[in-house]
Design a protein around this ligand. Structure first.
Ligand SMILES: *Cc1c(COP(=O)(O)O)cnc(C)c1O
Length: 359
């Protein structure tokens, strides 16, 4: 077996320790004589798995007791619809559009309520985060929506927007559990787990309880109501049980690393290696305004498409995979999530130096 350094934006690298443990338990989980994929989601063994996972993510993020943790399906994209459907009261919501995912969420919300685009960075290919200190927040806004780390463009909010008292909803898919956050500042904070936490097909939504409708919504499908899943402890129907199990293992791994403070320090150290090199390179150039750089997704270009393609191909041959940038940005993107070891980033920079010397 030989593993590569996988810089994929998602699904993405997972901690090797977690994969090995899961492999060892594939046929017989904890003496049950069956694997987690084969197990009833109503069994005590699975109830223990989901309860432990929930407690561990609560510990890691410091989730206050008046927030629910929901394990849902449909990915982050399903939340684009569930959020307006469930939070709609006045029928207005404000969106800050800082990339493709925020834009998709904004467009989807427009199907269910009046969605206002109150700020955008599309004028400069989403290469920065707009000033969000004094935005024209609608007096009737049911919530203000952001995508906190822009996976495709490599920008990240360093301070949360001033929502002028309105509920903040944030998509943290690509920075999930990468650093500590203050959950109490959010109404909803959610992420598809396949970027930084686990396998695809599971989204974890942390929701302040008062935002969950107390009565069933007549015009919203049962499966798309937060109440349905909150009332049933995320077991209204069969959940993505295997993904929940793997996420639970990743939570344990994160705790073992020292929790989110320690993970943040490690992520900063990794990103610094790459950004410091980019800042002095004569060949490669970062594409994002410095103050808004993501610790997780690092896009860069040579300015020459053929050279970019050559770089991606030669890097792949050297065991550095999935460095091709998103089709809308071109160039390269290195996603350096929690599970990317610092050695992987060092190997990438060494390879880039070598490539620069030769080209
Ligand atoms: C990948 C991604 C999504 C979409 O996730 P799916 O689970 O594929 O729906 C949404 N938001 C962000 C920030 C992402 O990175």
């Amino acid at each position: 077996m030989s593993r590569v350094y996988n810089f994929s934006a998602g699904p993405a690298v997972l901690p090797e320790e977690v994969l090995k443990e899961a492999a060892a338990e594939m046929l017989d989980y904890n003496g049950t004589g069956m694997g987690v994929m084969e197990m009833s989601h109503r069994s005590q063994a699975f109830q223990d798995i989901i309860d432990t996972a929930e407690q561990d993510i609560r510990d890691l993020m410091g989730i206050p007791s008046n927030y629910k943790v929901l394990f849902l399906q449909g990915g982050a994209s399903q939340q684009f619809a569930m959020i307006p459907m469930n939070l709609k009261k006045n029928g207005v919501a404000d969106y800050i559009v800082t990339g493709q995912w925020a834009k998709k969420a904004y467009q989807e919300a427009g199907k269910f309520l009046t969605a206002n685009k109150i700020a955008s960075s599309e004028d400069k290919t989403f290469s920065y985060i707009p000033d969000c200190s004094d935005l024209p927040i609608d007096d009737n806004a049911d919530y203000v929506y952001i995508c906190e780390n822009n996976t495709i463009y490599g920008t990240k909010y360093k301070t949360l927007p001033n929502t002028k008292g309105k509920t903040l909803v944030s998509d943290v898919s690509s920075c999930f559990l990468s650093e500590p956050i203050d959950v109490s500042k959010y109404g909803i904070v959610y992420g598809g787990v396949q970027k930084n936490v686990g396998p695809a097909g599971l989204v974890i939504s942390v929701i302040r309880e008062d935002l969950i409708p107390t009565e069933p919504l007549a015009d919203v499908p049962t499966m798309l109501q937060f109440k349905t899943h909150a009332d049933a402890g995320s077991l209204y129907n069969t959940p993505n049980s295997y993904a929940i199990y793997i996420c639970g293992k990743v939570f344990k791994w994160l705790k073992k690393q020292g929790g989110l403070e320690a993970i943040k320090a490690n992520n900063e150290a990794k990103a610094k290696i790459l950004y410091d090199y980019l800042d002095q390179s004569n060949l490669f150039k970062g594409t994002v305004v410095k103050e808004d750089r993501s610790l997780m997704n690092v896009p860069f270009v040579t300015g020459n498409k053929d050279l970019d393609a050559k770089f991606v191909a030669e890097a792949k041959a050297a065991g550095l995979e999935n460095l091709k940038g998103h089709r809308t940005v071109g160039g390269m993107r290195a996603s350096i999530y929690n599970a990317m070891p610092i050695e992987g980033v060092k190997a990438l920079v060494e390879f880039m130096k070598d490539f620069e010397a030769k080209n």
